[in-house]
Write a protein of this length. Structure first.
Length: 171
């Protein structure tokens, strides 16, 4: 797609005046309290960092896809946990990825597993409120280890492909 762009940058409280913190969200605040309890006292001002994906697509005759992939040296197993929670920020003021008809219909996709066997959560960005952090929750089903997912987030759809055994193990 000629003229289309994607940029992945780290945004943080120390270097980026336009960074908006998820502080104030009860689950985010609870996570910071847990981290403080595990690591000991922290400075009153703590560096916070997020990954920002900025994209701009020129209209095409077909769908466009952007993939940000994270792989680890050794598998990460989160199957003992009953829920997975993370935060997504929809920036309506972005000059790189403005909310326009060409960005409508964009989906946030979180996928875990191998390239052929995985669980996936898909949430339309249009469902998220602008200019605020939205908490995304995946319920993991099964005991004592998760063997399935369901979405606890509005508009989220969970699917699986192949035969995922450990939803968050990277092969």
């Amino acid at each position: 797609m000629t003229g289309s762009t994607i940029t992945a940058v780290a945004k943080n409280t120390e270097d980026d005046a336009d960074y908006v913190s998820p502080a104030g969200n009860p689950d985010f605040d609870d996570l910071n309290q847990i981290n403080t309890a595990l690591t000991g006292p922290t400075p009153t001002k703590r560096k916070e960092q997020s990954l920002a994906l900025q994209y701009g697509f020129h209209l095409t005759t077909g769908p466009a896809t952007v993939t940000a992939k994270s792989a680890t040296v050794s598998p990460m197993d989160f199957t003992p946990y009953s829920t997975l929670k993370f935060f997504v920020y929809k920036n309506s003021k972005s000059t790189v990825s403005p909310l326009t008809p060409s960005t409508q219909g964009t989906n946030f996709i979180f996928r875990a597993g191998s390239d052929t066997d995985y669980w996936q959560l898909k949430i339309p960005i249009d469902n998220l409120p602008p200019d605020t952090w939205s908490e995304i929750t995946i319920n993991q089903m099964g005991s004592p280890r998760a063997n399935g997912w369901s979405s606890a987030s509005f508009g989220g759809v969970v699917t699986s492909t192949g035969r995922p055994i450990c939803p968050l193990s990277h092969n």
